[in-house]
Design a protein around this ligand. Structure first.
Ligand SMILES: C[S@@+](CC[C@H](N)C(=O)[O-])C[C@H]1O[C@@H](n2cnc3c(N)ncnc32)[C@H](O)[C@@H]1O
Length: 290
């Protein structure tokens, strides 16, 4: 994991979101316990703990890469979040960010959405700030064979063959509803790649995002491209370098590339009934299968 890339990625997302750490209306629930799933460096967790000094925040990641200088109301734990969560329950707010496109999950719905539902207090919020498709274009001006588009296709093919889909954030809305969350809301942000945007804030966002792609493309690709396509490191390096370099060079398409980030806020009402409903549905499906 490239830690600098995570810092730059944080800058890009925060600039895109007008420096808002969350979109869920936390003031409606007077929260006291928060959980950040796959906290990474813990940058978001530190900022939210600073913003809400009366709350207790827990950040969990399986890699102990967090900084030791943290606000007194923040604690980090090391754990594999695909397993049943041992980091406690009764949270008022649970958060994920930038986990799906990193290929963290085989099954985001089962590993994260269901566990979040079971570990939230009634009325609590679950918010996912996830990147949708890594490379996309609104108006069809990005050629299918542009290096960055080609790289993204390879990544998605490789990720699917390894059962770690990376472009499934668009399905979150349905998963949340299926699990029993209510008041599900979605905000879509477009992340520019590069400095093409006229708006100064988006230009800064795009510069940060391109820099973070530059810092992590090769790391994201090396192992998975080798395992799936048998590519040697030099081949992967050339593919990644040309993907990033051409973003700045291609006049025809540079102003058209964009990316979605997805944000969801959900409020479970009567979660116990919903959970019971899920269990009954499971039993019903088993009985019918037999
Ligand atoms: C792209 S980073 C996102 C970090 C952070 N959420 C942020 O926005 O800065 C993804 C993180 O997920 C962690 N991760 C991946 N799979 C995990 C798992 N099964 N359990 C816990 N952490 C995991 C990685 O170690 C990495 O720190």
């Amino acid at each position: 994991m490239d830690l600098n890339a995570l810092d730059i990625q944080n800058e890009a997302i925060m600039t895109l979101m007008h420096d808002k750490l969350h979109l869920a209306p936390l003031s409606t629930t007077s929260p006291s316990q928060m959980l950040d799933v796959c906290t990474g460096r813990g940058i978001w967790a530190i900022d939210i703990a600073d913003q809400y000094p009366d709350l207790t925040v827990k950040g969990v990641d399986w890699a102990p890469v967090q900084t030791s200088w943290v606000p007194p109301n923040l604690h980090f734990e090391t754990d594999d979040m695909r397993r049943p969560w041992e980091c406690g329950s009764s949270y008022d707010y649970i958060h994920t960010r930038a986990t799906i496109y990193m290929g963290c999950w085989e099954d985001f719905k089962k590993d994260v959405v269901e566990q979040a539902f079971d570990n939230l207090r009634p009325g609590g919020w679950f918010e996912s700030q996830e990147i949708g498709r890594l490379v996309m274009c609104d108006d069809g001006t990005l050629p299918a064979d542009a290096p960055l588009a080609t790289w993204a296709r390879y990544l998605n093919t490789a990720a699917s063959s390894q059962h770690r889909p990376r472009d499934v954030a668009g399905q979150m809305l349905e998963w949340y509803k299926e699990v029993g969350f209510v008041d599900v809301q979605q905000h879509v942000f477009k992340m520019p790649i590069g400095t093409w945007a006229a708006d100064p804030r988006l230009r800064t966002t795009g510069a940060f995002w391109l820099a973070s792609l530059d810092a992590r493309l090769e790391g994201l690709s090396l192992r998975i491209f080798n395992e799936t396509f048998g590519w040697e490191p030099a081949h992967v390096a050339v593919c990644c370098a040309s993907s990033v370099i051409t973003v700045g060079m291609d006049e025809n398409t540079k102003s058209r590339r964009s990316e979605f980030a997805w944000l969801r806020q959900t409020e479970p009402q009567e979660p116990y009934y919903s959970r019971l409903h899920r269990v009954l549905c499971g039993l019903w499906a088993q009985a019918n299968a037999g």
